[in-house]
Design a protein. Structure first.
Length: 193
């Protein structure tokens, strides 16, 4: 996926189109599409898996406990707030009972994420967890083996920095939090390059 993708719509126009998407079964159970939020000209973009219950209610990504942890670590390790970056998910509608998105659901939402990446054109993409890391790196390798490194994004000048999903850090404890912090430091250094 390359940023040279021809894009004629603005990010707001793409979000308005996505709000009416019915390309997969997730549309039937959603309260609203959770497209993304933040600075459309950001150098840093976070990509998670999909919205949870609170995100579905508010229409914003990462607003529950995971979001609070992400905000805190982002401020402490990168020196940014969520308004200074862009935050999105692989799937834009909540999977029922917070189950993993299916391959068909990921494929249906992929064009929305590709448009976001093309329009924002971030220098650094931090993938949060397995789904976004595997999708954007086109790999089957899991997050525990992927994290701790930077990867060039094909066809762009951007780098991808995989790290744990904040929900996994909340369950995993101090070691995972320390590893996520080091990944965010890597992101800060990549932004400054």
């Amino acid at each position: 996926m390359a940023y040279s993708l021809l894009v004629s719509l603005t990010l707001d126009e793409v979000a308005a189109d996505a709000a009416h998407c019915t390309q997969c079964g997730l549309a039937r159970g959603r309260t609203q599409v959770v497209f993304g939020m933040g600075d459309p000209d950001a150098h840093l973009m976070f990509v998670g898996e999909g919205p949870g219950a609170e995100e579905d209610r508010q229409g914003l990504p990462f607003v529950g406990r995971s979001g609070k942890l992400l905000d805190r670590l982002m401020a402490q390790e990168i020196g940014l707030t969520r308004d200074q970056c862009y935050i999105a998910n692989v799937v834009k509608c909540r999977p029922p009972d917070n189950r993993d998105p299916t391959p068909d659901e990921v494929a249906a939402c992929r064009p929305w994420l590709e448009r976001q990446l093309a329009l924002i054109a971030p220098r650094v993409i931090v993938t949060l967890g397995n789904f976004s890391s595997k999708l954007l790196l086109d790999t089957k390798t899991g997050i525990t083996k992927l994290r701790g490194q930077s990867y060039p994004m094909a066809g762009t000048d951007a780098v991808i920095i995989p790290t744990y999903h904040p929900a996994a850090v909340l369950r995993g404890g101090a070691l995972q939090e320390a590893q996520m912090r080091s990944d965010l430091v890597r992101a800060r250094m990549a932004i400054a390059r």
